[in-house]
Design a protein around this ligand. Structure first.
Ligand code: GLV
Ligand code: MN
Ligand code: MN
Ligand code: MN
Length: 401
């Protein structure tokens, strides 16, 4: 039998980022293909039948695919320089839970599947939960095919290079209709379970959240030869936007706004940029509050652009409203696990996408650092095993006779 940490150990070198630290694993890139091959081999070694759906999500079936299936899993991709657990912990825990159930002689009365969703972080093509959104039909396939990575490669090209046909991208109602419920195990991305002194919890809700790309257009010019009065420097309004984002979020209870990516073009030390792209990540407990934060930031961006003789264009790249997980399923899980705590999260998940269609729940595993999307993200081996044991009990309950 395998432990979650020994399975994770097999991935220790895959996609390790020697420049940023941590891991950089992005949808349909070379590393992702290696991770997919690894998963396919691990699932195959367990006698699970692996299928790739039209959107590049992997499904490993215990028994024949069929209706009312109990599905668990997560993702293998990461943010740039991400931690080892966000995503992979849910996948390896699912495999380890299958091993534990097999060792107990358990035979599922309902089909059971382990799924790996593609490009959950949106680290390459900008739209998070790409695979699950396409599957559920909440992302337009034509728009998706045209999404570009930072090198200008389209999703259609990347998918083809990974051996899939981009014409297939799109909703799969027949596959989704087989899923009776979905349970995603994930490392916690805050200190909730540390504060509660609990190794495992269940999720109650996810913040409304989205991504906006603001492009400031100015005039590229020489850093030494251009007097300050003659400049139309798009970095000035970009800098104002960063400060406006903190201010706007600070005025709405529970809101968060982040600028984690800012790209000046052409990007030379001695060049006034001609354009600056700024990505805004905004989240709040509700749709109206999230929109309010974004509206405030956009208004500030327009004002600052005008003051510098620049213009700004704004594009919503993704959005998801607040998710409240199915309370019946959550209570069922908490009951099976003997009353574990329920806690909200500010992080997005494929489970949030599926929750719009089918009863969905999440299990969180304690993260002693409380840090995520960074190399310091952690989960102790003993807590990972508590997570596997909790997931195995949940799956046995849901898929048992
Ligand atoms: C993904 O994990 C996100 O919440 O952005
Ligand atoms: Mn993440
Ligand atoms: Mn994740
Ligand atoms: Mn996520």
């Amino acid at each position: 039998m395998t432990s979650a940490t020994s399975l994770l150990g097999a991935l220790a070198d895959v996609g390790a980022d020697r420049v940023r630290g941590g891991y950089s694993r992005h949808g349909f890139d070379r590393v992702d293909v290696e991770l997919r091959e690894w998963f396919t081999a691990e699932a195959g070694a367990r006698g699970l039948g692996v299928e790739t759906d039209r959107n590049g999500n992997l499904w490993a079936w215990w028994g024949a695919p069929g209706p009312n299936a109990v599905v668990t899993g997560s993702h293998l991709d990461s943010v740039p320089g991400g931690g080892a657990f966000d995503g992979p912990l849910g996948v390896v825990s699912a495999l380890a839970a299958v091993d534990a159930l097999r060792a107990q002689g358990f035979r599922p009365a309902r089909p059971l599947a382990v799924v790996v969703f593609a490009e959950e972080e949106g680290g390459r093509f900008g739209v998070p939960c790409l695979g699950s959104r396409l599957l559920a039909g909440t992302l337009d396939a034509d728009r998706a095919r045209e999404l570009k990575d930072p090198d200008g490669t389209t999703l259609a090209e990347a998918v083809r290079a990974a051996g899939l046909d981009p014409r297939w991208l799109g909703p799969e109602p027949d596959l989704l209709s087989l899923v009776g419920c979905f349970v995603e195990l994930h490392v916690e991305q805050g200190r909730g379970l540390v504060d509660l002194d609990a190794p495992v919890g269940v999720a109650s809700s996810i913040l409304a959240h989205g991504r906006w790309r603001l492009t400031f257009h100015g005039e590229g010019n020489h850093a030494g030869a251009t007097p300050l009065a003659d400049r139309r420097d798009p970095m000035m309004p970009a800098a104002s936007l960063v400060l406006a984002a903190r201010r706007a979020a600070g005025s709405v209870p529970g809101a968060r706004a982040t600028v984690g990516r800012l790209v000046p073009t052409p990007g030379g030390t001695n060049v006034i940029p001609s354009t600056v792209d700024v990505w805004l990540d905004a989240r709040a407990p509700g749709d109206a509050d999230t929109r309010r934060v974004v509206d405030d930031v956009v208004a500030a961006a327009h004002e600052a652009a005008e003051a510098e003789g620049c213009t700004v264009t704004v594009r919503e790249e993704s959005y998801g409203d607040t998710v409240v997980f199915d309370s019946g399923l959550r209570d069922e899980l908490a009951g099976v696990l003997g009353g574990v705590p329920a806690l909200p999260t500010g992080a997005g998940h494929d489970a949030g996408v599926l929750a719009q269609r089918i009863p969905t729940a999440m299990l969180f595993v304690r993260n002693p650092t409380g840090v995520s999307h960074a190399p310091a993200e952690h989960a102790e081996a003993a807590d990972c095993e508590s997570g596997v044991s909790a997931l195995a009990r949940v799956l046995a309950h849901l898929a048992g006779s």
